[in-house]
Design a protein around this ligand. Structure first.
Ligand SMILES: Cc1cc2nc3c(=O)[nH]c(=O)nc-3n(C[C@H](O)[C@H](O)[C@H](O)COP(=O)(O)O)c2cc1C
Length: 262
């Protein structure tokens, strides 16, 4: 209980402990005990106290030591760009749902083309799997601003074109703008860059992004968990990416724990 804060605010608004007592229908001795920290503040008194002191209820709760910590932001931006392996982005939406993480999806035009070419998914159906979907040209969207808090962004898969644009900082659509915002806010940016082979320009852009704080995590399958399907292989790769956000994916096979040497 911050006694000084209550006394200063009573003085500021020209009110007395008697006024607080009247507001909660108790006598002044109760208010005096509460302010001196001898008696706990009843939660129902926070609102009348706030009214008399002309402050937000949250301020009364905080000064009485009753404020709850704000819930951590549990949302991740998912970018799907036009590299092969759009399945990674689709499965990622699924895993985020299981983890109860709010997903904010943006897909490039080339991603929609690749999706139609290499899967039976319809881009419009995939859009409905995210908690929030944004059009690639909607540069006024929430995720285009750093004031919209997120845990970060995963681009799965990430094309060389999008990766190069993010490395340059001269972004031309919402996917690359959102990534640039994540970088400037020093949040986590993971790029599942997919291309092979790579020339020096690609590699230099990756090194540049890594220097800026991004994590380059190409979709390189691991064989040690002995995946029995493409889905298991994709999920293992995504589980390792979600590890980077301290998110525990159910069923992720870990070397030295579930498999391998002990
Ligand atoms: C089926 C398909 C597969 C592609 N695979 C890749 C790839 O693996 N890596 C890549 O960098 N570009 C790939 N491309 C080319 C990109 O889609 C193209 O460079 C596009 O301009 C990327 O735009 P975006 O970054 O806005 O998605 C592929 C295109 C298609 C249609």
């Amino acid at each position: 209980m911050n006694e000084n804060w209550f006394r200063e605010n009573l003085k500021r608004v020209g009110a007395t402990q008697e006024d607080l007592a009247k507001a909660i229908g108790r006598d002044r001795a109760v208010v005096s005990r509460v302010i001196r920290g001898r008696q706990a503040l009843n939660l129902e008194w926070a609102e009348p106290f706030a009214r008399v002191l002309q402050v937000p209820v949250s301020a009364v709760l905080r000064q009485a030591g009753l404020a709850l910590e704000p819930a951590p932001t549990r949302r991740i931006i998912v970018g799907i760009s036009g590299a092969t392996g759009v399945e990674y982005g689709v499965r990622l939406l699924n895993l985020l749902k299981q983890l109860e993480i709010e997903s904010h999806l943006v897909m490039s035009r080339a991603a929609e083309i690749a999706m139609t070419q290499e899967t039976d998914y319809k881009p419009r159906e995939i859009a409905t799997q995210a908690d929030k979907y944004y059009h690639i040209n909607d540069v006024a969207a929430a995720i285009a601003s750093g004031s919209f808090k997120t845990m970060g962004m995963i681009i799965a898969p990430c094309s060389i074109r999008s990766m190069s644009e993010i490395a340059s900082g001269a972004t031309s659509n919402l996917l690359t703008r959102a990534a640039d915002v994540v970088l400037k806010e020093r949040r986590r940016l993971v790029l599942m860059v997919r291309e092979s082979p790579l020339h020096g320009g690609h590699l230099r852009n990756m090194a540049r992004l890594s220097d800026l704080g991004a994590i380059i995590a190409p979709p390189m399958p691991a064989f040690y968990p002995r995946p029995k399907s493409l889905e298991e292989m994709v999920d293992h790769g995504l589980g390792r990416v979600l590890d980077l956000f301290d998110l525990e994916t159910a069923g992720l096979q870990r070397w030295g724990e579930d498999i391998g040497l002990r």
